[in-house]
Design a protein. Structure first.
Length: 347
């Protein structure tokens, strides 16, 4: 065992995305934890409806769908399957999976695999549980009230305090996550703010959406949220490549970093967002059981899946950041679908 100590941002970046890192493993994220995408096809169907609404608002006949942190392409596969039912009406969709791992075999050939978001896209950029895996430094307040970087040893996750937090990181803490006193911890979300701002900037026109477990400035967790996951279980975070390393996202800070001159960003819960997009956990009427027993069973199963996606204390508590990107008009060849329904298209 060596005595090499590194900041959490560097250590996590290597553990997650370096050679042999967690996110480069063949099984991908789905082999270790379950996201909304894996919970039910209703999630992909809701994203498909959001894409169609975005296209109509833009007045575009061809739109881009960019999935940031695409895993193994599960969300895009589901959206492509759901588009006819979502009322696409001949809408042409170019799909991009942004992921550092290799393209999985057998993926729909319509999905383009890339390591970075393509520039000047026009449509919907969707980041489901991506920002929580953008590595950050971790800070802890010492006994004298000084915020210091937390250093970690790769082999076993042992920690110690390092130098005082300074510069842009210190300013971020003052603005977004003030110390709760000696012993309190924080994840310095500045790299996530910058990553989100860069992603939003790739949109020439359309909507950017980030979905993640999140917290707000007035209710930051006093001891941070950094943790690990392996094979469906929460484990101690050790940056050795054997587990996922994740922490909740200060989505309010990301919203401020990515905000432009257009409409202000919107923050809401997944429960609220999916309700807007037609996903409800309401049970089907009992009368359907007599009129169409098989249909009733299908509707009941769908209601159960919707309830899981929108449950308080579970997936429904995810935060959704919805932010306009770019203000360019649709390319002339894509116009002709008539005026869109306006800014209220998603409500």
């Amino acid at each position: 065992m060596t005595d090499e100590w590194r900041g959490w941002q560097e250590a996590a970046a290597t553990a997650l995305y370096g050679d042999g890192g967690f996110y480069r493993s063949p099984e991908g994220p789905a082999g270790h934890f379950r996201t909304s995408v894996h919970a039910s096809p209703l999630f992909a169907s809701a994203v498909a409806r959001l894409l169609v609404a975005t296209a109509r608002e833009l007045g575009a006949g061809t739109v881009d769908l960019v999935d940031l942190g695409a895993g193994r392409g599960e969300l895009l596969t589901g959206v492509l399957a759901a588009l006819p039912a979502a009322g696409a009406d001949g809408l042409a969709v170019r799909t991009y999976a942004v992921e550092l791992a290799d393209r999985p075999p057998g993926l729909d050939p319509r999905i383009e695999w890339c390591a970075e978001p393509p520039p000047r896209t026009y449509g919907l950029l969707f980041a489901n549980e991506w920002l929580d895996n953008v590595p950050t430094e971790v800070a802890e307040t010492d006994a004298d009230g000084v915020d210091r970087y937390v250093l970690v040893r790769t082999e076993d996750g042992t920690e110690r305090l390092g130098e005082p937090v300074a510069g842009a990181d210190a300013e971020w803490l003052r603005r977004w996550w003030p110390s709760a006193g000696p012993g309190s911890r924080a994840e310095i979300g500045r790299p996530r703010d910058e990553a989100w701002a860069r992603a939003v900037a790739t949109l020439a026109g359309g909507l950017a959406v980030a979905v993640d477990y999140a917290h707000a400035r007035e209710a930051r967790p006093p001891f941070g949220t950094l943790t690990g996951f392996r094979a469906g279980r929460e484990v101690r975070p050790v940056p050795d490549g054997s587990c996922d390393l994740t922490s909740h996202v200060a989505l309010d800070a990301c919203a401020a970093a990515g905000a432009g001159a257009g409409a202000p960003p919107e923050l809401l819960s997944q429960r609220e967002a999916l309700h807007r997009l037609g996903v409800s956990g309401g049970r089907p009427p009992l009368a359907l059981a007599s009129a169409d027993p098989a249909g009733y069973v299908r509707a009941l199963a769908s209601a159960g899946e919707a309830a899981e996606l929108t449950a308080r204390g579970g997936l429904g508590d995810f935060g959704w950041l919805m932010q306009r990107g770019g203000r360019e008009a649709a390319p002339s060849a894509d116009r002709g679908r008539g005026p869109g329904p306006g800014p209220g298209a998603f409500t």
